[in-house]
Each structure stands twice: as C-alpha cells, then as structure tokens.
Design a protein around this ligand. Structure first.
Ligand SMILES: Nc1ncnc2c1ncn2[C@@H]1O[C@H](COP(=O)(O)OP(=O)(O)OP(=O)(O)O)[C@@H](O)[C@H]1O
Length: 319
C-alpha cells in the first residue's frame, strides 16, 4: 500500500441470511459481493448505483457498524476488525442524507456538537469542548449564536451544516457522505457541495461519497465506482467515467443525467426492467438480463474487473 492510501478494501463481502422458517432454510443474499477500492487523502471516491446495489451496506462496513463477511478493510494500514474498531472509529465519520432525522430535536446545537468529545475525549474540559464546537460552527458557515439554538430553528441546509460540523468534531481522516444533498432543495445543494469541497481542502479529508445522482458526483468526485447488485461494474477517474463510460450500465445511468452542455446530442438509454432480485443472480454477468449488448457468453460467464486504472466488468466494453 502506498503512503497516499488512507483506506483500502480488498475482496469486501457482506452476506445476509434472509427468510427461512420452520420448513425452509434461509437464503443467502450477497449485498456486497467482493469490492476493492483505495481512498487517498484529499480525494473523493464516489460510489454510484441504483437503490439496492449495496451502497449503504458498504457504508455500514466502512463506518464499522457491521463487520464484513469476508475480505479486508484497512485504515492507515491497520486492519479494521472488531478488536480495532474502538481505536479507529473516531477517524471515520458519517453524514447522512436526512438532516431532519439525524439531529436530536431536544438538544441544543452546542450539546449535539460536543457529544462526540464527551464520549471520546473524556479529559477535555467543558471550555475546550465549547471552543471546539464554536470553531466548527464557523468552519461550516454558521454563526456563534447558533450554538444555543435547537435544530427546529434551522433550515434543511443549515441542519446539514450542523451534521457536517458534528462529523468533524473528532478530526476524522475519512468522511462517509451518504447522499448528503439528496434531501435538500436544488438551490441549497450547490452551497453544501461547495462547503464540502472547501472543507476537504482545508482539513485534508478523504471522502467516500455515496450517491445515486450523477450530476452531483460530477461536481465532487475524483474517482468513481459504479456498483450493480453488490459488485463494482466500472471504476475509474471521474473524467474517464463521464467522458468515455465503458460498461452499458454506466452508459445507461449517464444517459439519464442532464448533460453539462445541454446543446450536445444526447440519447437516453432506457434500461429494460427493474433491478433484478439479488437472489436471482446467475453465474453470468449480473447485468445481462437488462443489457442491450448481451451475447450468449454474458449469460454463461461473469466478466472480471481488471486492475487497470479505468476498468469495466464487461466482455464488450465501449460505445
Ligand atoms: N440487514 C439486512 N438484511 C437483509 N438484507 C439486507 C439488509 N441490508 C441490506 N439488505 C439487502 O442488501 C441489498 C443491498 O442493500 P443496500 O441498502 O446496501 O443498497 P443501497 O444501494 O444502499 O440501496 P438504498 O439506496 O435503497 O439504500 C438489498 O437487496 C437489500 O435488500
């Protein structure tokens, strides 16, 4: 691993036993089915894909809420296993989609911000905690008097700023941003995205940015990982993914996103059918049932993802 990798995953898997009763065995659902990635300081890796592709499961493993079924996760070369979670957790913080549900309505902003310090920095004095909370309020663009207010007194965008400030209280290395602007009005989204860009720069943060919205990813990402049914089907630098998508699934996702240049020719690819049941994944390519390029080989064999900087798990990549 290079010194420039803050977090890495190798062969990461998470299975769930689903169903099962008196007369039937539970079935195994492969929510994340072998994912590799590297995250560098000051960089943003975007994870994109439809609902159900495994993004939230990945976020739960990375934030040490759930252990992987198989594979390894490391933070600064230390394995992230239940024994090391207590010492590593403070370095990986998460910002959720819903700024209304993620803040305790009965607590003042100051209390909300200081809670992680009360738990993780027991020797810090209350004056030091307050100073840190006020510093973070300023950093996210809020005012000192907001310290004493309650969440209901803020707009959605301001609440998300509070959630971001709380995530920064322990000086993390990695922020997991789980659809952080999806619940906000369009006009507020760009202000929050600009804030995230500014904070990354100032605080040397690495972002794992989970989103189904490619137009947001276009603004924030350095690298992009496209997931489908628990697997990475394409990954590469943002410019490569947006400029020359190789996997038919990525092409379909992109064709449904407004273009940076609205005058450019642009044909929308309609995907046939819904995301299939995660139980019905065959030995072949998981995307085969919805793919317009499908050939016999795709139904029999699963295409691998190469180690190339820009790679697509497809037998017929490209236009
Ligand atoms: N605790 C669980 N028990 C059983 N199945 C689960 C559990 N958590 C997730 N799954 C299943 O794993 C698959 C991936 O789910 P996940 O929530 O990670 O996807 P997602 O891409 O984050 O979707 P969304 O954007 O809707 O949250 C889905 O088929 C889901 O039903």
């Amino acid at each position: 691993m290079t010194a420039e990798t803050v977090m890495s995953a190798t062969g990461l898997k998470r299975d769930y036993d689903v169903g099962g009763g008196l007369f039937s065995k539970p079935r195994v659902l492969h929510a994340v089915a072998g994912v590799d990635f590297r995250l560098s300081p000051r960089k943003t890796l975007a994870v994109v894909g439809e609902s159900g592709c495994g993004k939230s499961t990945l976020a739960r493993m990375v934030t040490m809420i759930e252990a992987p079924t198989a594979g390894t996760l490391t933070l600064d070369s230390t394995d992230m296993v239940p024994e090391t979670w207590p010492q590593l957790r403070q370095h990986v913080q998460i910002v959720f989609q819903d700024p209304y549900g993620s803040l305790n309505p009965r607590q003042r902003v100051g209390t909300i911000l200081e809670e992680p310090l009360v738990i993780n920095r027991p020797r810090m004095s209350s004056a030091e905690r307050e100073a840190k909370a006020r510093e973070m309020l300023g950093l996210v663009g809020l005012r000192p008097e907001h310290y004493d207010r309650y969440p209901h007194m803020f707009s959605g965008g301001q609440r998300q700023r509070i959630a971001i400030a709380r995530a920064l209280m322990l000086d993390p290395k990695v922020l997991v941003l789980d659809e952080p602007v999806s619940a906000l009005d369009l006009s507020i989204q760009s202000a929050i995205i600009n804030l995230l860009v500014d904070l990354q720069d100032r605080l040397d943060l690495a972002y794992l940015f989970i989103s189904h919205d490619l137009s947001v990813v276009r603004h924030l990402a350095d690298d992009v990982m496209v997931m489908y049914l628990g697997r990475v089907v394409e990954r590469g630098a943002k410019e490569a993914i947006f400029g020359a998508p190789q996997h038919p699934y990525t092409q379909a996702l992109l064709s449904a996103t407004p273009k940076a240049d609205p005058t450019a020719a642009h044909e929308r690819i309609k995907l046939a059918g819904e995301l299939p049941s995660p139980f019905d994944v065959s030995d072949g390519c998981p995307f085969a049932p919805r793919c317009w390029k499908v050939a016999d080989k795709c139904r029999r064999e699963r295409p691998a993802l190469s180690d190339d900087a820009h790679a697509a798990a497809c037998f017929f990549p490209g236009a």
